[in-house]
Design a protein around this ligand. Structure first.
Ligand SMILES: *Cc1c(COP(=O)(O)O)cnc(C)c1O
Length: 529
């Protein structure tokens, strides 16, 4: 025999927006659970209603955020009552657990407290959450059921990495597999970087240089030469100093550090979509509000980005230039216009992970604005052209006062000693960089030509990968390519289910990819036709 009992609660919301509704419903749910010493596993169903003036989100989603992951939750709209409380969310949770010895504690928060003066404030007498957690843990086999994470953490979608070669070999029983899925350098790391790693191996019992002194100074010199080469910088004696350079455990870490430093809870973080998933991830970790601005014909829509950035409380705008997965650029005039449009309290982060592969003269990197002291951060990485993705080292260039702020959230030894030595050697190996660049430019041209000749739409790319429209289901082609031992990326994770993204490989890898694709498409067409 099951006896269910119910908890009631209500909360008011200040604004009709998604963030506010989810947060209020989440807090209400958490408060109901905590005040009654219940965990998510004690709840069998939840009903939420909202007044008609709250239509920006379903409050039941807030119940999910509060940890009600696996029970049916329902949202419904109330019928407006004349003179009723405005912007109000009501909840009823059905409980399958022994009734507490005292009366159940219903929870009325915010202005909703007026609804039930007899019940409001009761939760204040209840045990605080921590006490409830510790007093009940151990009573059941599952000791984690009552742990409540920060709500924003539950909104993070796990990163979808390219499939590792070893996994594909194991799962499909293949011996010869190529990975053209993660934009790595097919030539491998520079031999000089490999030698530097071997030479440093005997010193790994010593902590790395937490300030990465030599690497930051080498980068400053390297970047100053680039600023000097910029036609717009000529004759202006602009340089980049080591105080303007920060290093990270991959540029991924710098993206997260920027959000941790500048995003207050609820602040907006603007980025294009589809683009690199780390921007939304970093925003969520910092409890910010992601604002994804769709591309326009596969290019970053600078006007829409500027409009989104002008809304108050937008401390960060991320743009990958060239963009991933499309490989498209924003040009110098577009970038100049955008930088002029941004409010003074907004930082523009230009992620130039693929900077070295660009040959379009319309392109400009963001260094000049950094050198001028504008609120611009340029991110670069050793993972792509330098072939050091496995070591995790990237860097950021920004005005020194911004760098000093970001340094506060840095782990003391975030870039390991082998990575620092390898990066220094790779930076000096200009031959390896030139060879890699040449290989990618030729391969990119060849693949673009070959795919276009097969009737596919190829987005013009300035990076070391191509994004193209197969005209049929990309997941099926992806699966069949795996059987052929070729790993690529599907476009569905980027919102384009008929697209694939392929990294430019060695000439023989590109040919193998094309031959496999021809076989796969012939098979798909004969099946469909
Ligand atoms: C690959 C990539 C990076 C590099 O990330 P690391 O953490 O440095 O390996 C950064 N941004 C974009 C857009 C990328 O595609």
């Amino acid at each position: 025999m099951v006896f269910l009992w119910a908890l009631r609660g209500a909360v008011t919301v200040n604004e009709n927006n998604r963030q506010a509704i989810l947060r209020a419903a989440c807090e209400l749910t958490q408060a109901l659970l905590a005040a009654n010493r219940l965990g998510p596993e004690d709840i069998v169903a939840g009903f939420y209603t909202s007044t008609p003036d709250l239509d920006a989100a379903f409050p039941a989603e807030g119940g999910r955020l509060a940890g009600l992951q696996e029970v049916p939750l329902l949202s419904a709209q109330e019928v407006a009552v004349p003179g009723g409380l405005a912007r109000c969310i009501r909840a009823m949770l059905l409980v399958d657990a022994p009734r507490p010895s005292g009366a159940p504690v219903h929870v009325y928060l915010g202005e909703a407290a007026r609804l039930r003066p007899d019940w409001a404030g009761r939760q204040a007498e209840a045990e605080p959450l921590e006490a409830a957690v510790s007093s009940r843990s151990g009573e059941r086999g599952n000791r984690c059921g009552r742990i409540v994470p920060r709500p924003n953490i539950l909104q993070i979608a796990p990163y979808v990495p390219g499939k590792p070669i070893e996994e594909v070999k194991r799962e499909l029983g293949l011996t010869d597999v190529i990975k053209l899925a993660s934009n790595e350098n097919p030539l491998g790391p520079s031999p000089r970087a490999q030698a530097a790693i071997r030479a440093a191996a005997g010193q790994v019992h010593i902590y790395p240089d937490g300030n990465a002194f030599r690497l930051r100074h080498a980068l400053a010199a390297h970047l100053s030469a680039q600023v000097g080469d910029d036609p717009a910088g000529k004759g202006r004696s602009l340089i980049i100093s080591a105080e303007q350079v920060m290093v990270g455990n991959g540029s991924d870490e710098l993206i997260k550090m920027l959000a941790e430093t500048f995003v207050h809870p609820g602040d907006r973080v603007v980025f294009p979509t589809p683009s690199f998933s780390e921007y939304e991830f970093a925003c969520r970790v910092a409890d910010g509000t992601p604002v994804a601005v769709p591309l326009k014909d596969f290019r970053v829509d600078v006007e829409a980005i500027a409009a989104a950035a002008r809304v108050p409380r937008t401390p960060l705008v991320f743009i990958a230039n060239p963009n991933n997965p499309t490989g498209t650029l924003i040009s110098r005039p577009e970038l100049e216009w955008l930088i002029d449009q941004l409010p003074p309290e907004t930082i523009l982060v230009l992620d130039e992970a693929y900077y070295e592969f660009v040959d379009d003269p319309a392109y400009t990197p963001g260094l000049l604005w950094v050198a001028e002291g504008r609120p611009v951060v340029v991110l670069r990485t050793f993972s792509k052209i330098y072939g050091l993705a496995g070591l995790r080292v990237g860097y950021g260039v920004a005005p020194a006062e911004l760098v000093a702020l970001v340094q506060r959230v840095r782990e003391p030894f975030n870039v390991n000693s082998l990575a620092q030595e390898a990066a220094l050697a790779a930076l000096e190996d200009t031959d390896h960089v030139a060879r890699s660049r040449q290989l990618v430019r030729e391969g990119r041209e060849e693949l673009t030509r070959e795919l276009t000749a097969r009737g596919m739409r190829v987005i013009p790319s300035q990076a070391n990968f191509l994004y193209f429209d197969l005209g049929c289901d990309g997941r099926e082609v992806f699966r069949r390519l795996l059987q052929e031992g070729v790993i690529v990326r599907t476009g569905d994770i980027f919102g384009n289910p008929t697209f694939l993204r392929v990294t430019v490989g060695l000439p023989e890898q590109n040919r193998r990819f094309l031959a496999a694709l021809d076989r796969v498409l012939a098979a798909v067409r004969s099946k469909d036709g």
